[in-house]
Write a protein that binds this ligand. Structure first.
Ligand SMILES: [Zn+2]
Length: 216
């Protein structure tokens, strides 16, 4: 992770679009290497400035992204054709929270399974795991963190509205949410922080699955 971070810093000063592209391409490689974005699934974005993001186009292999696979999108204008069908979920998050610098979405097996198991509750609660401290601002394993779970939908514009309405009122929110049987959305202030959150979520969801299957 050290080399990409250095590259990220170098291009940040020169070109914010190139920096955002670099963060998305690095995240795609990271996720693909771990089997979280099988068969061109998943989508990734990073903020360029207050009004713009870089987001993956539809169908790209996330492990081999190039700048041609990424679109620069204005958050306050209609989305251009050819983007991931889930781009509205990214746009809604950036508009709702100006501190978000990157959003990464994966179809990891742990996320697909844990979300489906907890769909009827509408939330998956994390508590008692030391790794929860990998999330920004969390300082104790005793913190209770809620990960909202939404029913999956192909109408991502309506889903984005449902997600944002719920997140505004969700206490003790972890930096992510689940779509049942589908996957995980995670965010952070930077690409590096969002990757850390993704990795922590993956382990925590695996722990949670094992815990639910075989509690003490
Ligand atoms: Zn998806």
């Amino acid at each position: 992770m050290n080399a990409p971070a250095l590259n990220e810093q170098r291009v940040t000063d020169a070109d914010p679009v190139a920096s955002a592209q670099q963060q998305v391409m690095a995240a795609g490689q990271f996720a693909a290497a771990r089997g979280w974005v099988p068969a061109t699934s998943g989508n990734f974005s990073a903020r360029v400035d207050a009004d713009r993001i870089v987001v993956t186009r539809s169908g790209a292999d996330k492990g081999a992204l190039t700048p041609a696979d990424l679109a620069v999108v204005n958050l306050r204008e209609p989305l251009p054709p050819g983007l991931s069908a889930e781009a509205p979920l990214h746009v809604a998050r950036y508009l709702a929270d100006a501190s978000i610098g990157a959003i990464f979405h994966v179809h990891s097996p742990a996320a697909a399974l844990a979300s489906r198991r907890n769909a009827r509750h509408g939330v998956l609660t994390l508590e008692g795991w030391e790794l929860q401290k990998a999330f920004a601002g969390v300082t104790s394993h005793l913190a209770v963190l809620n990960v909202p779970v939404f029913a999956n939908s192909q109408d991502t514009v309506a889903l984005a509205a449902e997600v944002e309405a719920r997140l505004q009122n969700q206490a003790d929110l972890a930096p992510g949410y689940l779509l049942a049987g589908h996957g995980l959305y995670a965010w952070g202030r930077t690409g590096r922080e969002t990757l850390r959150h993704l990795e922590a979520f993956d382990v925590l969801l695996q722990l949670q699955l094992e815990w639910e299957r075989n509690p003490l």
